[in-house]
Design a protein around this ligand. Structure first.
Ligand code: SF4
Length: 196
């Protein structure tokens, strides 16, 4: 199987449940765009418009240039993604991702780490921190970017490529609450049966 470049969304989904990106690459399915996804896209667009009128106070930053919807790519990692916002200050580059949630999950943190790595490749700099902007609460949460997080992102990319290449179904997420309402639920017979 010819493997395409992976995306930052793959990294986030793999940390959430490794089966989700696996199914996306191996099942010949057109993924339906749900009303919830449409709503999410509209919300993202309106957040960008509002954000461009705000100061950087929520991030504890006085001055900086903001760029929205930044396309990032690394040939070395064979990874791409589109980041909601990048803040450029005199001293650093800070990735920002908007979320319509009230908390920051591990999968969000690794999504930011993957964006940070892409930003480092694209802009030839080092990224030491990032932010998740929680849209419902209008609150920015800082996420430090560590060497261990970068290593886990590399591991996720290796694991996903290997699973897809070998067509070997990964283990399900141990957080079974995530299976409720999962669009791939009907393919996870072992989970439905209460196994593995
Ligand atoms: S049903 Fe559960 S184990 Fe299966 S893909 Fe969805 S979240 Fe993962």
């Amino acid at each position: 199987m010819n493997l395409p470049d992976l995306t930052v969304t793959d990294v986030r989904q793999h940390v959430y449940c490794p089966r989700i990106p696996y199914y996306r690459y191996t099942l010949p399915l057109e993924r339906p765009v749900t009303a919830k996804m449409d709503l999410g896209r509209e919300e993202h667009e309106s957040t960008s418009a509002k954000e461009s009128r705000r100061t950087l106070k929520a991030y504890g930053i006085k001055e900086g240039e903001r760029r929205f919807g930044v396309d990032l790519y690394s040939r070395h990692l064979r990874l791409r993604g589109k980041l909601d916002m990048v803040i450029f200050t005199r001293y650093e580059l800070i990735p920002v991702e908007y979320k319509m949630t009230s908390g920051v999950g591990l999968h969000h943190k690794y999504q930011l780490a993957a964006y940070a790595m892409l930003a480092e490749h694209t802009f030839s700099c080092t990224v030491s921190r990032s932010f998740v902007y929680l849209t419902p609460e209008k609150r920015a949460v800082e996420v430090p970017i560590t060497a261990a997080m970068r290593e886990r992102v590399r591991r996720v990319l290796r694991e996903l490529r290997r699973a897809v290449w070998n067509e070997r179904l990964p283990a399900p997420t141990p957080h079974r609450g995530r299976c409720t309402g999962c669009e791939y639920r009907r393919f996870c017979g072992d989970v439905l049966a209460g196994g593995a």
